[in-house]
Design a protein around this ligand. Sequence first.
Ligand SMILES: [Zn+2]
Ligand SMILES: [Zn+2]
Length: 152
Amino acid sequence: MDLNIRFLCPICGCPGRWRPQRSSQWSCPACDHILAPEVKEQDGSLHCAICEHQELYKKKDFPHWLGLTVLASAFAVFLLAEAYYWNSLAWAVLIGSAVIDGTMYLTVGDVGVCYRCGTQHRGMSEIAKLSPFDLATAERYRQERIRRHAGQ
Ligand SMILES: [Zn+2]
Ligand SMILES: [Zn+2]
């Protein structure tokens, strides 16, 4: 899998994408801020390439809306086929779409997301070792962000 990092510019919030194979630095197209992201896998754990924080979670690299679209359109066809008494077709469509959905889910890779700044890491072997999203941890970082903004 292609190693790449997606993040928001810490200065202006402009979305950015960085590939270590292409260049060692990233400059923001909107505000010219220069970043030098670093892929660090220290003590067997992955560090955020942007803020160097080491609490990341993994999630499936799968857009939720895509799965829902597949299921919703299959269900529409199911109802239509049912209305015309094409029962076997109706069930084939419904089961087929569930299979497609499941396969897509299983074959996509994981993304490592930084709790602190939301940076997405792709293509690193350490991502598989991360824990899934934890609401309590995320809440802790949300509170921390609010405090940081209030203090400014
Ligand atoms: Zn910027
Ligand atoms: Zn981060």
